[in-house]
Design a protein around this ligand. Structure first.
Ligand code: AMP
Ligand code: MG
Length: 412
């Protein structure tokens, strides 16, 4: 058996980042930068007011109340035309440029306006409610690095700095298919004896869409050598990555295994992990191929350990693995001495300040309900045959679930 870290290293060593191209910001969510985002100007570009109020000299409002002459109004988007001198003020809106001469803003709440003057009721020091130029980013600063993925806030940064079409790695096209004579589409109303509905293409699609890659769905392919051969060839020609589920273990009808020898250079591994021990990896022509096992939970775990990090690497992301957090396992669990075991667990915060994990259901590789209920995979290393209740384990977080209903608005 191949140790899991070795299998992961081999996979990651053989997939390269896709080409970089400029992509409009509206289509760039989730993609990784192939150029650094360097501020070509200060952000904000000019000193401006953080409040609706009056731009004044702090020295004028050191003793209050005091009456100041109002020279003009400046709205956001326009510019002041006058200089604030002792005894004067300019009415200013949030986001409007600071007038020359003024060094502080008195919020409107601390004033009493009159037709052409204002009474200032409270003292404010120099710089109060003023956002200096470059408050957020100074011109010349590298704000985002190559390999960082465009999250919502980072899209906002790119937009603010004029990177409307940043250089990113292109979105991978991933072809997926389910294999097996027993697999029928989910719309099948009556299951014939021996048939089951296809789960794997849908868990895979859900994962891939969440990751932000393009999915090419090639459907269900029976255990038929000619159809498999044709589908693999089409897939390899039209996608950046080909993924199948089923047919890679030891059974007589595991045709994927037999065919791949002919079509490309694919290796069949027994990875020291549970679930998802059988796994095929290699190339169909030149396209990376992932042959996932058939059992639905194995598909999900193999996705997490191999396919997801490989796709993130193809996307040019620097960080490719899910976060791991320590947590306390709340029950005794027997595992497998010779394999890394991934337990499906729910995770919640405990009163002791630690995260706590409990099995989310039965741990068979066919038990989709336990996968559906899981927040994390608890990673039990090789060399462990049982984990005692109360032990600290590593939790590979699959999601951070919403945790409160609409009725549970908390007081802060
Ligand atoms: P295999 O690796 O082809 O021997 O499949 C292992 C197990 O996973 C068998 O019980 C299959 O019926 C099941 N299986 C394979 N593909 C799917 C699928 N797409 N959806 C649900 N179960 C599947
Ligand atoms: Mg099969």
């Amino acid at each position: 058996m191949k140790p899991l870290p070795q299998a992961q290293r081999e996979v990651l060593a053989s997939v390269a980042p896709l080409p970089a191209e400029h992509i409009d910001l509206v289509d760039a969510a989730g993609l990784a930068l192939a150029e650094p985002i360097v501020a070509r100007h200060d952000l904000p570009p000019f000193a401006n007011s953080a409040m609706d109020g009056y731009a004044v000299l702090a020295s004028d409002v050191a003793a209050t109340p005091v009456v100041l002459e109002v020279l003009e109004d400046v709205a956001a988007g326009s510019v002041p035309t006058k200089l604030v001198t002792p005894g004067t003020a300019i009415k200013i809106m949030t986001g409007a440029p600071m007038p020359a001469g003024a060094d502080t803003v008195v919020p409107v709440e601390d004033t009493e306006p009159a037709p052409s003057s204002v009474t200032i009721l409270a003292s404010w020091p120099v710089g109060a409610s003023v956002r200096p130029a470059g408050d957020d980013v100074a011109s010349g600063t590298t704000v985002l690095d190559v390999g960082e993925r465009l999250t919502a806030a980072r899209l906002g940064i790119c937009a603010s700095l004029g990177y409307h079409s940043p250089l990113v790695r292109r979105r991978p096209r991933v072809a997926i298919m389910s294999t097996g004579d027993e697999i029928v589409p989910p719309e099948t109303a009556e299951l014939a004896p021996g048939k089951i509905r296809d789960a794997n293409r849908f868990t895979l699609r859900g994962n891939l869409e969440e990751l932000g890659v393009e999915v090419v769905d090639l459907g269900i392919i029976g255990d038929d050598a000619d159809r498999l051969r044709a589908t693999f060839a089409t897939a390899a020609a039209n996608a950046d990555v080909v993924v199948s589920s089923g047919g890679v273990s030891m059974g007589e009808y595991d045709l994927v295994k037999h065919l791949l020898g002919e079509l490309g250079s694919v290796d069949f591994w027994k990875v020291a992990m549970k679930p998802a021990k059988p796994f095929a990896f290699g190339r169909l022509s030149d396209t990376p191929f992932f042959g996932l096992p058939g059992n639905p939970v194995s598909v999900a775990v193999a996705y997490e350990q191999f396919l997801r990090p490989a796709l993130l690497q193809m996307m040019g992301a620097t960080q490719v693995f899910r976060p791991r957090l320590p947590g306390v396992l709340d029950q005794d669990v027997g595992t497998d001495l010779g394999k890394v075991v991934f337990l499906r667990v729910t995770v919640s915060p405990g009163d002791d300040g630690h995260l706590h994990a409990s099995l989310s259901g039965a741990q068979g590789s066919n038990i989709l309900t336990a996968l559906a209920a899981a927040d994390a995979l608890a990673v039990i290393p090789v060399g462990t045959s049982e984990v005692a209740r109360g032990s600290l384990v590593e939790l590979e977080m699959l999601r951070m679930p919403e945790s409160r209903t609409a009725a549970e608005v908390t007081d802060v």
